[in-house]
Design a protein around this ligand. Sequence first.
Ligand code: ZN
Length: 281
Amino acid sequence: MTPRIESEVSRSVWSAIEKRRVQTGESIDHIVDALLAEALELDRHSLFQVSTSTALVQGVFGGVVTVEELRRHGDFGLGTFSGLDGELVIVDGDCFRATAGGVVEPAADDREVPFALVTWFESDVDVLIDAASFEEMTAAIDSLRSSENLFVAARVEAEFDRLSMRAACKALPGENLLEATSHQSEFDLDDVKGSLVGFWSPPYSRTIGVPGYHFHFISDDHEVGGHVLGLRAVRGRIRLHTGSDLHIALPETSEFLTADLSGDHQEELDAVETERRSPDS
Ligand SMILES: [Zn+2]
């Protein structure tokens, strides 16, 4: 639920708000929210990332921040949990954990997170979508993005005929990301309603983030979710939020401090993020 404030204001402030409403056609909620954000020096375009994708590929799965801390940096985002124990989705400020088969539970505030990307979602773009495939949907988002060099948070609230999904399942000691995801849970969700929660990251961010599109899903009833590998037929609404100010929280664990992060792991990352990996699927 969006928080509400009830407050007395002076007549002069009220008439100035009224004047702006008539001039711009914006709602009073929108005007007040935007002005307060500006006065309080909130950065609407900041992204907060925990660790780097290279560290994740190398098997640095130890927790860096708690869910509680992560939620202080945004109300929208995705990631994973300590030990690669499930997929993380934050939507409307609530954090969820998806495990084997897509089963979702609320994520406890003290659960630890080794990798995540979050933002305060504020839509710059809001359009309807009716696409037959993942490729068609991302092409539509591509045409709405303002630049190849800025990050974009994307929320797709829609009905999906089918979502192909996976949920990471706890890594065994010493496994890297490629090994750990070889025993991930893979499943399809048919005729579901919910939100894709994701980001498009620029190619230059490839050692830090997941370049291109990365989506997690959570159903409207918060019952099923996970990491999205593909989809068929989506009808609903796309909202985009541009991010131009990236903050990265680097782990200070010995696991991170001694990892070799000098390489480029694009191929491994592509395999992990977009392909079915489980031998039984
Ligand atoms: Zn993911």
